[in-house]
Design a protein around this ligand. Sequence first.
Ligand code: FES
Ligand SMILES: [Fe+2]
Length: 380
Amino acid sequence: MQHAEQTAIAARLLRYIDEGTLQLGDDVYRQPVDEYTSPAHAALERQQLFREQPLCVGLSGDLPAAGSYRVHDVAGLPLLLTRDTAGRFRALLNVCRHRGARVAEGCGSARGFACPYHAWTYGLDGSLLSRPEDASFPGVDRVDHGLRELAAEERGGLLWLHPTPGRALDLAASLGPLAAELAGFDLGRFHPYATRVLTRRMNWKLALDTFLESYHFCVLHKDSICSIFHQNLATFDTYGAHFRLISPRRSIARLREQAEQDWQVLPHLVIIYVLFPNTVLVWQGEQVELWQIFPDGADPASSVLQLTLYSPGPADTDKARRHWDRNLELVLHVVENEDFPVGEGIQVSFGSGAQSHIVFGRNEPALAHFHRAVTAAAAG
Ligand code: FES
Ligand SMILES: [Fe+2]
């Protein structure tokens, strides 16, 4: 984001603070409850949102060097992400072409992968390099039996793939002007500090809804982050189905003491990008959080979330580790003890028949935008 845009956003936020307002949507939005509970709707979403659209699966730092690999299972697909010997990001299906065993686990650095079942051996690019008893497989060409590869691209420090084999990845079409904006954050310089996978008894959209308004900050989070952020205050901008929310820290008031051309705006903001359909990139100034939120199998009432916290440099001292541990603990405390228990209660309440719709206020425009986009995409 250019300095001129940062300044304009900060000026907009200071004006909202002075006027006691925020960016409002045109109208209230009524969201059908059954889109959180219906197995039929969940099946449409799994196909239309999670198999038909590009997915963001990490930051470049997840694969720090040629030979890096990392399995990725939360997408409901057994993925094996690698950086090949030439340094190129590859997305493979972690499925042996002999009889389907997983060929890799965990993450690390490797020259290739030997299947644990009968030792078919694959390169970092998925090619089948060797197999015991090769002569027993006449007509089963090695060149045709590499790990299935998905279209994948590393762009602006983010790792993207298309989840369906044989499908092309068109990031220019999917991201539009957002690609250049994200590139401005130089996300490739961030290092993964820690990853947590959480499974919760709520629809994946309820988990995502948590991030989409600050109306609740000083109610639900009165003892945690209310003292850090303004309540019910954010800018909201869209890029097709993707969107951005920017909330000010209370420290933004300090900008009033300086001339606009001297403003260092970013430390006073939290910037949330929702990379449709399911990735939440939270830019916190010093750290980046990447939340990947997926349905947990076919159950509409269960979701799996993968959070990775990224630091701007490697955490190679005890002092640095203490710092990032504290930040991670705060993030997890807020969502696990405050946001998600409410979400799980909502999921149960949806089965009560109390209401056919919930309502998003004009002060919750990102929720309306997100659910409009989900409904439209699920309908194909
Ligand atoms: S299943 Fe992988 S080598 Fe047999
Ligand atoms: Fe929250």
